[in-house]
Design a binder for this molecule. Structure first.
Ligand code: NAD
Length: 399
């Protein structure tokens, strides 16, 4: 069996999630090429050795440049804060290596454009971890719409709401424009713009109004840590134990916008990180002439379906448990029918598709490339422009 050595850059929340995926994919699935957990690169001061030992990486490193340059590394996987996506991605592409990178593809549109351009020039495979595409219910929704089951798409409604970023949560890279690029917008709207483009097959033509607000204007400076990869409770405790110095938040907390798509359909998007009661509420609803679909990640194994072709008296929303191995994408890799899967399986399934594509096979459902993620980033940029300039923005203005 062919193998590919993976070099992981970063070891926070996504560092754990990707380590789990690279470690599990050979066990659950049967990728055409086996990923080998060669090197993880963290920051000096982080316990990289402990991380490598715990998650099964052969080599810990605090030098991401040397990790990428190592001729033994065949695939570079980037899980650093957004401003630190472009430098390792460029280094990897220049070294002739395929790259997998976390979302949003970059902190700025300019970085995203350069990454997409370089990937195209080099002709190398690139992948962006819009992992929610690989929830079986979402992949199934994509297939249903592609096969025409919903007819013509008329409405798209998407929201991604969380509530972890209350006023007790201290400062971290996610609240700083120079490190994150934006707040809830790049973090959450990036996912739902990607998911709606993927599932409904729609492309934004124009942003028809938007708002962006920073609701909590200052946060306590965190003393003795970066806040990387830790839970909300731990963050709040760390904040309470820090001094009383505050810094300005320089990103949005919430962004909403309206769009018209190239096919004439209309859509709404909303992202927030202080929507009390919403934990990881990544939700979309798509209405077509023949039916509708509804999904929320908080019930990720379910897809709601309304078939308007049934006799009127029996029409109604049905809830499909997407755990059938012969009908629902990816399910056959995991447990017997009806045994639910979780967040981490989306990443394992993406690792599977990446390995298969690198071996010349097809992904179960399309993987987002750097160019794909750049197109999503253009939509985010256009929405921000609409919010700051308080006007409609055509996509052709933004590139
Ligand atoms: N796909 C998803 O569902 C999802 C979820 C969360 C985060 N993300 C994305 O993953 C990326 C990382 O987020 P996270 O939550 O894991 O962050 P995190 O803060 O938990 O971890 C970031 C890690 O990056 C490394 N790092 C930080 N600064 C660095 C620097 N200057 N140079 C080199 N390495 C550095 C460190 O090892 C750190 O542990 C972000 O782009 C984020 O948007 C995606």
């Amino acid at each position: 069996m062919a193998e590919i050595n993976v070099g992981l850059i970063g070891q926070g929340f996504m560092g754990r999630s990707h380590s789990n995926a690279w470690g599990q994919v050979n066990r659950y699935c049967n990728p055409a090429i086996n990923p080998v957990m060669h090197t993880v690169a963290g920051l000096p001061g982080e316990d990289v050795e402990g991380f490598a030992k715990r998650w099964g990486w052969q080599n810990p490193s605090t030098d991401w440049k040397a990790t990428i340059a190592n001729p033994e590394i065949g695939l570079v996987d980037i899980v650093t804060p957004n401003f630190m996506h472009m430098p390792p991605a460029v280094a990897a592409l220049e070294a002739g290596k395929p790259v997998a990178c976390e979302k949003p593809i970059a902190g700025t549109l300019s970085d995203a454009r350069q990454m997409a351009k370089l990937a195209e020039e080099k002709g190398l495979p690139t992948f962006v971890w819009f992992n929610y595409r690989r929830a079986p219910a979402v992949a199934f929704a994509h297939k249903l719409i592609k096969s025409g089951e919903l007819g013509r798409i008329l409405h798209v409604r998407a929201r991604y709401l969380q509530d972890w970023a209350g006023e007790d949560v201290p400062m971290a890279w996610r609240f700083k424009k120079e490190l994150a690029g934006s707040g809830a917008h790049g973090d959450l709207n990036a996912h739902i713009v990607d998911i709606t483009r993927f599932v409904a097959g729609v492309e934004v033509e124009e942003i028809c109004g938007a708002y962006a607000e920073t609701l909590i204007k200052q946060r306590k400076v965190l003393v003795g840590g970066t806040g990387a990869g830790i839970s909300q409770d731990e963050l709040i405790k760390a904040g309470a134990n820090s001094g009383d110095k505050y810094e300005d938040v320089t990103v949005d907390d919430t962004v909403a916008f309206l769009v018209r798509y190239t096919n004439g359909a209309v859509g709404t998007y909303e992202a927030a990180r202080q929507a009390t009661g919403h934990k990881n509420d990544n939700t979309f609803e798509i209405n077509g002439t023949k039916g509708s679909l509804r999904f929320s990640f908080e019930r990720m194994n379910e897809l709601e379906y309304y078939d308007a072709r049934l006799p009127q008296g029996v029409q109604g929303w049905s809830t499909i448990l997407c755990t059938n191995a012969s009908s629902h994408p990816y399910v056959a890799n995991y447990w017997p029918d009806g045994h639910l899967i979780g967040y981490e399986h989306c990443f394992i399934s993406q690792a599977l598709d990446i390995c298969n594509v690198l071996a010349g096979k097809e992904a179960v459902v399309p993987l987002p490339s750097f160019n794909d993620a750049y197109q999503t980033q253009r939509v985010l940029e256009a929405a921000m422009l609409a919010a700051t300039e308080k006007r409609f923005v055509k996509m052709e203005e933004v590139f």
